[in-house]
Ligand binder design. Structure first.
Ligand SMILES: [Zn+2]
Length: 155
């Protein structure tokens, strides 16, 4: 089996266990939606996901997508981002279960009022160094961090 397919199976099992533990219904839409998300290579918002499901002829409402997203967030299967979207409904998400640590650079369209043109993922080992130093200095185990850079391309 292809790695991606294996990952999707793993995530579906995690979801199944989570739904059981929480006493939530084991609906087929939830599995269809998590599969679509784990087939994506990029960040997405609710509208992207809704369109994708409609194109694939799934009968889901936007409300179902919103609901399901909340469940996936709580289950640790996706993470929510703050790329500076103007409305809450356009928040971005990405799959997170197998993810390597990375941070984000948000580039706005030239001359726009913070209209997002591109989101670049980067991994800088110096951030790990900072984390280690903070852990030592404050005698803590850091669980996660959040770092975004926002800007415009230089002319
Ligand atoms: Zn990312």
């Amino acid at each position: 089996m292809e790695q991606k397919q294996k990952n999707i199976e793993t995530v579906k099992n995690v979801l199944k266990q989570y739904l059981q533990e929480k006493g939530y219904r084991n609906t087929p839409e939830r599995y269809a939606i998590i599969e679509e998300i784990y087939n994506l290579e990029h960040h997405f918002n609710v509208d992207d996901l809704y369109l994708l499901m409609i194109q694939k002829k799934y009968q889901v409402s936007k409300a179902t997508i919103y609901n399901t997203i909340e469940i996936f967030l709580d289950a640790g299967l996706i993470r929510k981002h703050q790329f500076g979207e103007k409305t809450l409904s356009s928040s971005s998400y990405e799959k997170s279960y197998f993810d390597k640590q990375h941070d984000h650079l948000v580039i706005y369209k030239a001359g726009s009022d913070k209209e997002i043109e591109e989101i670049i993922e980067f991994c800088d080992p110096r951030i790990q160094g900072i984390k280690d130093a903070i852990e030592d200095a404050f005698d803590v185990d850091i669980d996660r961090h959040s770092l975004y850079f926002y800007g415009y391309k230089k002319r």
